[in-house]
Design a protein around this ligand. Structure first.
Ligand code: SAH
Length: 356
């Protein structure tokens, strides 16, 4: 008989599971708290569950845990990268970023992966170098947050924010990502507020609309990176299928349905998408959308030949976009010393294994 993995199951599913082994739904509630709130995976340590039930649980089910195989801290100590091994041997990465905030309350953001590898093949990104292996299961997505949290359990730190911006395209793993968000948010479990959860997409219009219809009050980001199809198609292969206009159309739909501001990520690449003309085009393109433009100076990766523009050029670009009334922010670069840009640690490990 196949053992049922209880991690990745919702409250209702655990209620059903409890009933299926002849217990009351109340046992499902207890399991939910043990699994997601306490982060416990060993039935023997679940103190309010009796001997008989523990035995039944061991015979029918298990609570999966992804295995931490490497943890690297950046020079500034505020960025850490976690490399996890999945049950089938595949590797994924998560990144923890600490931000000091006023009044002494810190923000701890975990950037999680949604797939093993990525099918998108964006030319500037390390994640898609070797294509897609598979999508992550719900438990593998949720467990990244849980394992990073459990690594800080002996400190006062808590994960406060989750961004689905690691390896993979979250909207290409729609069902599992949406279910995982529900679990990460649930008040009896990990309990991270919807407004503290963000999803970033390469821009798949049909799936963007589908996400809008879920009416989650998460933060939503679109990796635009260029205002015109000619430039965007050079760096993002998906643009040939889903051109800029279709992404803008889906963004407007998303905003209409959810009423929420949308973040447009714009990575600045030297000589490619950083001209003042492109800044003007971007400003015009986003007219009529309540947008935040997140300018990210390219994080150079050894997998691609691009360079980041000079600082001054980035500021000029920002100023030009602001003239259109948009809010523009610079995303601070993080973790360059540990290759925290998407997929780099995983690539390094895989290369090592190959002996290169
Ligand atoms: N597939 C999703 C989420 C993963 S990528 C998406 O495309 O949004 C998360 C973000 O990191 C995206 O905005 C992506 O374009 C950006 N990114 C990838 N490689 C980068 C690099 N070398 N420098 C800066 N940003 C990068």
């Amino acid at each position: 008989m196949e053992m049922i993995n209880l991690k990745g199951k919702t409250q209702e599913e655990l209620d059903e599971f409890a009933k299926s082994i002849g217990e009351s739904a109340f046992r499902g509630r207890q399991l939910f708290k043990w699994i997601y709130h306490r982060g416990e995976s060993d039935f023997d340590k679940m103190t309010d569950i009796g001997k008989e039930l523990k035995k039944k649980l061991r015979e029918t089910s298990h609570v999966s845990v992804i295995k931490l195989v490497d943890r690297v801290t950046a020079d500034d100590k505020n960025t850490e990268k976690f490399l996890f091994q999945l049950a089938d041997g595949n590797l994924i990465e998560s990144v923890l970023m600490r931000y000091e905030e006023h009044l002494g309350f810190g923000r701890c953001t975990v950037c999680i992966s949604s797939q093993v590898g990525c099918a998108q093949g964006c030319t500037f990104c390390a994640s898609g170098k070797n294509g897609l292996v598979r999508s992550l299961t719900v438990s593998e997505i949720v467990d990244q947050v849980m394992q990073v949290q459990s690594s800080m359990n002996d400190t006062a730190e808590r994960v406060t924010n989750v961004v689905v911006m690691g390896i993979g395209e979250p909207l290409a793993n729609f069902k599992n990502v949406v279910k995982a968000i529900g679990l990460i948010n649930h008040g009896d479990g990990i309990a991270i507020g919807m407004r503290h959860i963000a999803v970033s997409t390469v821009g798949i219009p049909r799936m963007m609309k589908k996400l809008a219809d879920e009416k989650l009050s998460i933060r939503f980001a679109v990796s635009l990176h260029a205002p015109d199809n000619e430039t965007r198609s050079k760096i993002i292969p998906a643009n040939r299928k889903y051109p800029v206009e279709s992404i803008i159309d889906a963004s407007k739909y998303y905003q209409k349905v959810t009423g929420r501001r949308i973040t447009f990520e714009y990575m600045l690449i030297d000589g490619l998408n950083d001209s003042l003309d492109q800044a003007k085009m971007l400003g015009k393109l986003l007219r009529g959308i309540h947008a935040m433009i997140n300018l990210i100076p390219l994080n150079p990766v050894k997998e691609s030949p691009y360079k980041r523009p000079a600082r001054n050029r980035c500021y000029q670009f920002a100023k030009e976009v602001e003239k259109f009334g948009h809010k523009v922010i610079f995303r601070n670069e993080r973790g360059t010393s540990i290759d925290a840009a998407c997929g780099q640690l995983r690539n390094r490990m895989t290369e090592k294994e190959k002996g290169s």
